[in-house]
Design a protein around this ligand. Structure first.
Ligand code: ATP
Length: 327
């Protein structure tokens, strides 16, 4: 658990971070969002003492970070920044091995861990382990940056716009890969981003900051349904709120039985049993947003639902989806 208490940082008389108090439970990912200069990075960097607070305190599992040796503290906390500073003269494998080496892990264990991480981030060890950072694309380097931060299995990760510089497709893939790892390994994460979609996708909670202060901390759903009037509402952008609400849920909970013969399977395709026309079904794990998009495109009010093997298991009504997006 990370506890920030009345945390304040003053630069030249200006409060870059102003009386911030947050308690982040183990295994959760909290997104810090807000406009440029609102104090997100400064807050993050006080946690691993890259910046010293002017007042207030930070505790990790009840221990004040000011009482810890800064080097030891940082070895226990992964840190990922945009345009990650990989060591240019070290190979990818050596980069990933940095913290385990400093912690004195045995050679074999390090090699195993590097291999495991390269696989995890879809970087074939045979191809990438011996390369140098400049031989990788930006997206690949960013993956190595995340892998390096995860190498010694830190219980805490600080991430500052880690996927900011990537194209949308690479970013979406990395976000999904990272989300799975974070949940599986129950890593506690503070994640700075100015991308609201990213915050809604990854955050267990979202803290909205403005001018050094945290204005509201909420789950994505509650933030969308009950944003504070003023800055928070403006920043979230209420025009997109229905779409975002639909993105938060999958269709699985909305699947209901279909009447016999309503849908037919033929050569891997799903046909409307009445018209005989092929229709695109919803699949397990599809978001309600994806289903809504297909419903609108097909100009229909019901879609068949299939299981992972592509067999019809029921159907999803448009009205059930609309209900998720309404107040
Ligand atoms: N070393 C410093 N000296 C003086 N002022 C600073 C320093 N570092 C940050 N600031 C100021 O503190 C405020 C908060 O900066 P911070 O980098 O935390 O914002 P941010 O929300 O992370 O912004 P961005 O999204 O642009 O990175 C800004 O007004 C910034 O100019």
């Amino acid at each position: 658990m990370i506890t920030l208490q009345n945390l304040t940082k003053i630069y030249g008389g200006v409060k870059a971070v102003n009386d911030v108090s947050l308690t982040i439970p183990d295994g959760e990912l909290w997104a810090l969002v807000g406009t440029s200069g609102c104090g997100k990075s400064t807050t993050l960097r006080m946690v691993n003492r890259l910046i010293e607070p002017s007042s207030g305190s930070i505790q990790i599992d009840g221990v004040d970070v000011m009482a810890m040796n800064p080097q030891a503290l940082r070895l226990g906390i992964g840190y990922v920044i945009q345009g990650i500073g990989l060591f240019p003269h070290r190979t990818i494998a050596e980069n990933i091995a940095t913290v385990p080496r400093l912690l004195g892990w045995k050679r074999g264990r390090i090699a195993e861990r590097v291999d495991e991480l390269l696989h995890l981030f879809s970087l074939a060890p045979g191809e990438f382990a011996r390369k140098y950072p400049h031989q990788l694309s930006g997206g690949q380097q960013q993956r190595v940056g995340v892998a390096r931060a995860l190498a010694a299995e830190p219980p805490i990760l600080l991430m500052d716009e880690p996927f900011g510089a990537l194209d949308p497709i690479t970013r979406a893939r990395l976000q999904m890969e990272f989300a799975q790892i974070q949940k599986r390994q129950k890593i506690t994460v503070i994640f700075v981003t100015h991308d609201m979609d990213e915050a809604f996708l990854l955050g267990d909670r979202i803290a909205v900051m403005d001018k050094g202060r945290v204005l509201q901390v909420e789950t994505p759903e509650n933030l969308l349904r009950r944003p504070q009037p003023g800055f928070v509402s403006d920043f979230i952008g209420l025009d997109d709120r229905v779409i975002r609400l639909l993105s938060l849920r999958t269709v699985d909970e909305a699947v209901r039985p279909a009447a016999p013969g309503r849908w037919r399977e033929a050569d891997g395709a799903i046909l409307d049993g009445t018209t005989g026309k092929p229709v695109a079904p919803v699949r397990p794990g599809d978001t309600m947003r994806e289903a809504a998009s297909r419903i609108i495109w097909e100009n229909t009010d019901v879609l068949p639902a299939v299981d992972a093997g592509g067999h019809v298991v029921g159907e999803v009504l448009a009205s059930q989806i609309w209900a998720q997006g309404s107040r």
